[in-house]
Design a protein around this ligand. Sequence first.
Ligand code: MG
Length: 275
Amino acid sequence: MVLKPASNKRWRLAGPACSAVVLTCALSAAAGEKALPPPEETEVWQPVPPKVDAPANGVPSDATVLFAGTDTDAWERVDASEKPDPGKTEGGRPIRWKVVDGALVVTPGSGDIRTREVFGDVQLHLEFRTLAQPKGEGQGASNSGVFLMERYELQVLDSYRNTTYVNGQAASVYKQYPPLVNASRPPGEWQSYDVLFLAPRFAADGSVLAPARMTVLHNGVLVQHDVALRGPTVYQGQPRYEAHAAQLPLRLQDHGDQVAFRNIWVRAIARPVTK
Ligand code: MG
């Protein structure tokens, strides 16, 4: 076999088809190098990844469904005066948001809602719809939010043709990271967020071992890529971590606008054990 330059200036093989491995071996042997170890040496067979059914446009079989169109039992109301507290998920105060045509719609003034179950590292999917007839502008245009662990806000806003500070527009990690691009759809259309969230890790003395990290697809478009959060979301001042539980509820924000949500599910991420 010989190598010849192809028309696109890259080298190609002349003669019979040959795999990259065979080519590498041939070149190594020609150079008098030691033979490579057998390929089996780098094959891993255990543990076998768990099987998950992943139907097209459906919910993965290992997901926890948080809202599928009717049942709101996964959620409880959060009093506006109440500070996030990992010990308060029992009690189950019924939410005052409404289910309308299969969507969970914010009832302005009724307060945030949060899951009764707690989560740490997750893959999250949800869909949201801003108001078809925008009634505000800036931060007042269909504002809501997805708070991972009740602390870290992925902003929900009508940002189709609505100007605001960029680290507060839709798909921003609020006041920390603007989205890479603006993938917003027009007002009144359903949109999706797919989120990979890694919870922060704290040492026994409360210091931060690893910050929270977030990757987000907005309508299938990458808008946040593995950003390291600087701390919990704050409206004023700089964020600062305070140690908290490894798992906490997911929270949705009542910001006074009738934003709708649907098809909300979450999967725990099993992180590989590091040595
Ligand atoms: Mg918000």
